[in-house]
Structures are given as structure tokens and as C-alpha cells.
Design a protein around this ligand. Structure first.
Ligand code: NAD
Length: 494
């Protein structure tokens, strides 16, 4: 069983539709499937297997066997496997970008320019760590000790649809570098890239069970993985609701380690002294990239009163000067694809209606585009009050909420008055202010005079209800290891 799509270059790209367990594609035990839809056209692309609890049990058994050898595989060899997988993803970048475009609505050009290079970069970065998972030597009373960083065992990664390959690799690369084995549960909204990844895991020669990839939904496959008593860790990226359920599942079963990367409501703060052109560029990209379906989207834009009117005018003009080309995300000329599915589409349009009713000023957008797929106009509201739902809640769509502030203290208080704390951006040419404000913001990452700036060596994650634990950077390794202390009593000379 397989699904075939037509890629950006007109080639037919075929991926298996089964569960990838022990290096074999297999249907779910009860033959359950889920539909895969193209959000540009609402066309049915085919069906993929939906893992049940028994299928998760099968995957865990395979992973347990694989762990016995993978954990003792020398670090340089583990690193080689990761490099090999990076090579293959680079080779097949066109396939991945086409698959992400067709089932998640992500622009082909965005995947080629960002998501795939980031995935490859993370694999290579953590390949370099695989032979550097070292400990410390410690002097202790009466002897000497050393620490040993050990893999946790069978781990799970539960991932979302919005940059699926990149986020999956954020977890796979450090997990395997440390010596864990991994069961990936891809999102039911965008499973096709995972099936392609499974083909490359096989081609790269990973031993069976080191990476198992499960398609299926959250309620069944996701829950079974989070509740499994032989799974030692779940690394999750997704919504707060699912994150809480995973934490509860860990608490009621085996207290497995959990890391959560949840939503955000990122502030982008433009001070009066900022380079206006640069601030315009990044505040626009920060909420329109991937249709705002990015957890660090700069969805709250605070602009200092000294330049507020000028900024609003320029923001409107910049949008008018660069009209979007909406359509097929496979097409290089397209600058706006669809949002991922009907639920997301209706949720975004619902927030836009709330924005229209809450007294904010609609600067542009505010409507759906056409009727064929799930397309929503880039939308911006100005003069948005702090209590408005569009200012407080994560929309996960191309909707900017803009408001005015006067002082540094005021904007810090507003920016921090959020349940979330994932990403923030500030725009200023005053280096002292940049130091003060970046420190004061309650956020896992802050960019200065830009937005996002992902890099494999820079840790990424949240504070407050945006979660805990880090992907990327050396810090990610800690989430996939436990530290053992080994202590030697140095006996006195007789
Ligand atoms: P989601 O939580 O609905 O789904 C994410 C994954 O969790 C999917 O694989 C899904 O099947 C699974 N899942 C759902 N319910 C589950 C359960 N009860 N138990 C186990 N697994 C379950 O989120 P989504 O709609 O795919 O993604 C959008 C959300 O993800 C947004 O809120 C966004 O902010 C967040 N996000 C965060 C980051 C980050 O790095 N912090 C990155 C991307 C997306």
C-alpha cells in the first residue's frame, strides 16, 4: 500500500502508507486507516495506517531489542549514521519539500530554503556530538568519582504538522546521538514526510528498531505511546491541551521524562529608535511565514508611540506593495499556501471575526481567499487592546495584532502579561536597551533586530505554559541522557 503524489518537478513521488516497525512497513493490526487530504484543493490523497495500542506495543518491543545494541554502538559510528541520513535527506530534498507542500500546505520554497536545510544542519550538528557524550572527573571525600552520561532507552517523539521534518529531526538527531532508540509518532495532518523519512532510515542502514515511525492520531497512537511503561521519555511539540495530557499520562504510568514545546503568543517590540525598514520586514515575515502557523510567530506587535502612526502607514503600504500570490504551494511563484486543514481554517476565520467585533482597526485582510482550499488573507489589526482575544490567545494563523506603547517598562509588562513564553523579538539600535529588554522578557528565546533565527547550536524551547526542555544546542542532549555518578573509595595504604 502506498500513496503517490506529483512533486514540484512533475515527478511521481511514492511513499508507503504502512507503519514503519523494525525496518519494515506493515499495516496496523486492525487495518485501521486515516485519510490524507491536500489542503490546497481538499483532494483526497489516499489513506495511511492508523497505529493502535497493539501496534505501539509492537514498536516498543522492536525498539527494546534495538536498544541493546545501539547503546553500545560507538559514538563515531552513531555519528556516521546521522551524517548518512543527512546526505540522503539532502539528496531527496525535492521529495520532502513536495510532500510537505501537498499534505501540509507548506510552500515548497520554504521547505527547500529553510525546513530541509535546518533538518540537515541538525543531523550534522548532533552527528558531531555523538562521540563527545562525556562525563566529568570529580574529587570527593575519600576518593574520586566520575560521571557517565547514559541514554534513557526507548524514547518517543510526538510531533506536529507545521514544520514536520525539521521538528522531527530536532528530536531524532540528539536522541540517537546519545544512544537512545526512538519511536516517532507523526501528525495525522502531515504524515507523508515521515513515510519518506522511514524509507531513508532503511536506506541509511540503521539497525532495525533504532527508529520506528508510526502514523496515527493523538487519541489512540499518541496516548498509547505516552502511557507505555517501557517508554522512558516523550519529547512533544504541539498544543498545550495535548501537552498536558502527555504529562498526565507520564504521571499515571511510569513517570517517564517529558519535554514539552507548546504554543506561543510572541511579542515583537519596535522601539522608536529602530531601523524602520528592517523592523517592517521582520514583523511582517514573523506573522506571515507559513501562514503564521509557527509557534514563535510574532503575533503581538508593540510599536512605540513616537513612530506608531508612521509604522502603521508603512505596514499597510508594505503589504499593498507586495500582494500575495496564493495558490499551489508546489509552485515557485506562490507566496501563500493554504492553512493546514478545515479546523485550522475555521479557527483562524473565527478569530478574525472576533477581531472585527472587538473595536480594533482592521488594516488589511480579514477574509478567506476563494472556496477551493483553506486559504486565508494576511490580516492585520491595529489599536488592539490588551484584553482582546486576538491579543491574548494563540491563533496559529496569519493575523497580526498591533498596539501602541510609550515606555520600556510598560512594554515589558505587556509582553510578559501572557501565559506563554516561547519567542520574542525586539527592534532597537540602542545596545544597552537591547541588553535590558532581552533579559527582562519572559521568553525561551529573544531575537534582536530580526525574527526567529533558528540555528542547530542555539537551544530552542519555552518558559511558562510554552513548556520546558530544549530542542537544538548542547542543552538538547541533557534531555536525552541521565547522569550516573561512579565513586571510588581510595583505600588507605596498609
Ligand atoms: P496537537 O497537539 O493537536 O498535535 C501535535 C501532536 O500531538 C500530533 O502528532 C497529535 O497526533 C498528537 N496528539 C494529540 N493529542 C494527543 C494526546 N492526547 N496524546 C498524545 N499525543 C497527542 O498540535 P498541532 O495542532 O499538531 O500543532 C499546533 C500546535 O503546536 C500549536 O499550538 C503550536 O503552537 C504548537 N507548536 C509548538 C512548537 C514549539 O516548538 N513550541 C512548534 C510547532 C507547533
Amino acid at each position: 500500500m502506498s500513496i503517490t503524489i506529483t512533486g514540484a518537478k512533475g515527478r511521481q513521488i511514492q511513499v508507503p502508507s504502512g507503519l514503519f516497525i523494525n525496518n519494515t512497513f506493515t499495516p496496523s493490526v486492525n487495518n485501521t486507516t486515516l485519510p490524507v487530504e491536500n489542503p490546497s484543493t481538499r483532494a483526497h490523497l489516499g489513506t495511511i495506517s492508523a497505529a493502535s495500542k497493539q501496534d505501539i506495543d509492537r514498536a516498543v518491543e522492536s525498539s527494546k531489542s534495538a536498544f541493546a545494541t545501539w547503546k553500545t554502538t560507538p559514538g563515531p559510528v552513531r555519528g556516521k549514521f546521522l551524517h548518512k541520513l543527512a546526505d540522503l535527506i539532502e539528496r531527496d530534498a525535492d521529495d520532502f519539500a513536495s510532500l510537505e507542500a501537498v499534505d501540509a500546505g507548506i510552500l515548497y520554497t520554504d521547505s527547500m530554503g529553510m525546513n530541509i536545510p535546518q533538518a540537515v544542519g541538525n543531523l550534522r550538528y548532533f552527528a558531531g556530538w555523538a562521540d563527545k557524550i562525556d562525563g566529568k572527573v570529580l574529587e570527593i571525600d575519600g576518593g574520586i568519582a566520575y560521571t557517565h552520561r547514559e541514554p534513557l532507552g526507548v524514547c518517543g517523539a510526538i510531533v506536529p504538522w507545521n514544520s514536520p521534518l525539521m521538528i522531527t529531526i530536532w528530536k531524532l538527531a540528539p536522541a540517537l546521538a546519545v544512544g537512545n532508540v526512538l519511536i516517532i509518532k507523526t501528525s495525522e495532518m502531515s504524515p507523508l514526510y515521515g513515510q519518506k523519512l522511514a524509507q531513508l532510515v532503511l536506506e541509511a542502514g540503521f539497525p532495525p528498531g533504532v527508529v520506528n515511525i508510526m502514523t496515527g492520531d493523538g487519541a489512540n497512537a499518541g496516548t498509547a505511546l505516552s502511557e507505555h511503561v517501557d517508554v522512558r521519555k516523550i519529547s512533544f511539540t504541539g498544543s498545550s491541551i495535548a501537552g498536558r495530557k502527555i504529562l498526565q499520562a507520564a504521571a499515571k504510568t511510569n513517570l517517564k521524562k517529558v519535554s514539552l514545546e507548546l504554543g506561543g503568543k510572541g511579542p515583537s517590540i519596535v522601539f522608536g529608535d529602530a531601523d524602520l525598514e528592517n523592523a517592517l520586514l521582520w514583523t511582517r515575515i514573523g506573522i506571515t511565514a507559513n501562514n503564521g502557523q509557527i509557534c514563535v510567530a510574532g503575533s503581538r506587535i508593540y510599536v512605540q508611540d513616537t513612530i506608531y502612526d508612521q509604522f502603521i502607514e508603512a505596514y499597510k503600504n508594505a503589504a499593498a506593495a507586495a500582494p500575495v500570490v496564493s495558490g499551489n504551494p508546489l509552485d515557485a511563484a506562490t507566496t501563500k499556501g493554504p492553512v493546514v486543514n478545515r479546523a485550522q481554517y475555521e479557527k483562524i476565520l473565527g478569530y478574525i471575526e472576533q477581531g472585527k467585533r472587538c473595536g480594533a482597526k482592521l488594516l488589511f485582510g480579514g477574509e478567506k481567499i476563494g472556496d477551493e482550499g483553506y486559504f486565508v488573507q494576511n490580516t492585520a489589526f491595529a489599536d488592539v487592546t490588551e484584553d482582546a482575544a486576538i491579543m491574548k490567545e494563540e491563533i496559529f494563523g496569519p493575523v497580526a495584532s498591533i498596539a501602541k506603547f510609550s515606555t520600556e517598562d510598560e512594554v515589558i509588562a505587556k509582553a510578559n502579561d501572557s501565559l506563554h513564553g516561547l519567542g520574542a523579538a525586539i527592534f532597537t539600535n540602542d545596545v544597552s536597551r537591547a541588553h535590558r529588554v532581552t533579559k527582562a522578557l519572559e521568553s525561551g528565546q529573544v531575537t534582536v533586530n530580526a525574527w526567529a533565527m533558528l540555528s542547530p547550536n542555539a537551544p530552542f524551547g519555552g518558559v511558562k505554559e510554552s513548556g520546558f526542555g530544549r530542542d537544538m544546542g548542547e542543552e538538547a542532549l541533557e534531555g536525552w541522557a541521565s547522569v550516573k555518578s561512579i565513586k571510588y573509595n581510595i583505600l588507605p595504604k596498609l
